[in-house]
Design a protein. Structure first.
Length: 226
């Protein structure tokens, strides 16, 4: 359909050299680009300083197991974790505050992303953003997923948020997609090799940031995401 033509042209001409830049996923009509960060949680009582950073020796392995069993974190159940901001994590672990904060913290089970809470917050945000506007969804070609999605419709006009999340959760948000408002005020993209991204018109930045219930990190066209 005509409404999708510009978007399809953009995605058909993506530059693989730009895979780590938001400009490779968000069409240029959306001047402002943000990483939509998933919610992370923390177990405050977790002994971060005692948890071995390495897992090479038997002693390190046993110590890890004892701590993991004590705090029952093997399954990383969301209810064990207190949701916190990325700013809080950066200050607690004394690392840079940015979209890269979590990557800079030594891996341990005392911190974990909260998938269910994040999806709920994303649903709330998109409901607030969309209001009475119509939404359209484009699902782009992806060699890895084409086999599984051959029967999946690729263009949806006036899609409901319920249908959008039904598709995304079925494929774990790994599909290459662009959800966009009919007035082209904003769009939301997903991709296998990129975080969830939000694009919007520059003059709508403040309004959209206020309506989003997830942390946003603005990224410039020439700024690497990872």
């Amino acid at each position: 359909m005509k409404i999708f033509n510009d978007f399809k042209d953009f995605y058909n001409n993506q530059n693989s050299d730009n895979w780590n830049f938001a400009k490779n996923y968000i069409p240029e009509i959306f001047e402002s680009k943000f990483i939509v960060h998933w919610v992370y949680g923390i177990i405050e009582e977790f002994p971060f300083e005692k948890y071995p950073l390495k897992n090479e020796t038997l002693e390190e392995q046993n110590k890890r197991v004892r701590i993991e069993q004590e705090f029952n974190v093997l399954l990383k159940k969301e209810e064990l974790y207190e949701p916190v901001s990325i700013k809080y994590l950066s200050e607690k672990f004394n690392v840079e505050y940015s979209q890269k904060t979590v990557e800079l913290i030594p891996e341990n089970p005392g911190i974990h992303y909260l998938d269910s809470l994040s999806i709920r917050k994303l649903k709330e945000s998109l409901k607030e953003l969309s209001q009475n506007s119509k939404l359209n969804l484009l699902i782009c070609e992806n060699e890895e997923y084409d086999y599984y999605t051959s029967d999946l419709q690729k263009e949806y006009t006036n899609i409901t948020l319920e249908k959008y999340f039904e598709i995304q959760e079925l494929y774990s948000f790994q599909l290459d997609t662009c959800l966009f408002e009919e007035s082209l005020n904003w769009c939301l993209t997903t991709a296998e090799n990129a975080p969830i991204l939000l694009g919007c018109k520059k003059e709508l930045e403040s309004e959209i940031e206020q309506k989003m219930n997830l942390e946003l990190f603005k990224v410039e066209n020439e700024q690497q995401m990872y």
